[in-house]
Design a protein around this ligand. Structure first.
Ligand code: ADP
Length: 248
């Protein structure tokens, strides 16, 4: 059944690498304003699914739709990013030798096609936007600090902020809390929920404490398909999920 109003709709996506089916007729729907957690064992296809959504990998079968009827299936990565899908990889890639503010300014300029320059004059509106992002990602007090001097968790938040500068309608976040302190992990759950008030967020994570903290709908992948989907209580009590993932 097609859901034309969904923000993202993967319809029966399959992809193989050297005969190995990384995704096996995967169907997946995200609604506008939804925050969704993706879990599953290593090799389940979580990264491949993100690669399909962002156009890094093309499906062998199936289709991908964004905002109802925009067909992403044959679009390339740059086009898909431009349409409003942002992706944060696991390792933070902030500019260590620039301040927190300058990192956000660079990201804002980049979203306008002005690369790696701080000479593009910011408008008052731009400054307000950067200030809003700073407060969203808990870095308002660190704006003049070099990114290099932030904690690992704060660097992750800064990178999320840099993605927000591009105003994505869908933000994909890969293992944000890996290596974070417990306090940063809890704060990240709150922060992502705030971000999801104005856009959709898909977060891939292994940290079950964090997933419980999020308290949102969970999709568990295994062998390239959806094994179970629903509340964390529902998914984590599913015998198939225990056997394939949690009980390992
Ligand atoms: P997960 O992120 O859930 O750990 P992946 O999507 O990374 O799972 O991988 C799913 C399967 O596809 C794995 O067995 C992996 O080795 C394989 N795979 C993923 N990407 C490639 C690739 N580019 N080339 C070959 N095999 C790949």
């Amino acid at each position: 059944e097609k859901k034309p109003r969904s923000l993202l709709y993967l319809d029966g996506v399959s992809v193989s690498f050297d005969g190995f089916k990384a995704l096996n007729s995967l169907s997946f729907v995200i609604e506008p304003g939804e925050l969704r957690a993706i879990i599953g064992p290593n090799g389940a296809g979580k990264t491949t699914m993100m690669d399909i959504i962002t156009g890094k990998t093309r499906p062998d079968e199936g289709e991908v739709f964004f905002k109802g009827d925009i067909d992403l299936t044959r679009k390339d990565e740059a086009e898909i990013a431009q349409l409003g899908i942002g992706r944060k990889f696991q390792k933070p890639t902030v500019f260590e030798n620039h301040t927190v503010w300058d990192n956000l300014e660079l990201a804002l300029n980049r979203s306008r096609g002005v690369f790696a320059t701080l000479f593009y004059r910011l408008t008052g509106e731009d400054r307000t936007r950067i200030e809003e992002i700073l407060s969203t990602v808990r870095l308002a007090a660190r704006l003049d600090d070099l990114a290099a001097n932030l904690s690992h968790g704060q660097k992750q938040w800064l990178e999320i902020g840099m993605l927000l500068a591009q105003e994505p309608e869908l933000l994909l976040v890969d293992e944000p809390v890996a290596g974070m302190t417990d306090a940063e992990t809890v704060e990240t759950a709150v922060l992502l929920k705030e971000i999801a008030r104005t856009r959709s967020v898909v977060v891939v994570e292994h940290d079950m404490g964090f997933i419980r903290e999020l308290g949102v709908k969970v999709t568990c992948l295994a062998e390239g398909s959806v094994l179970a989907e629903g509340s964390i209580e529902f998914v984590s009590s599913d015998p198939k999920v225990i056997e394939n993932y949690l009980g390992r």
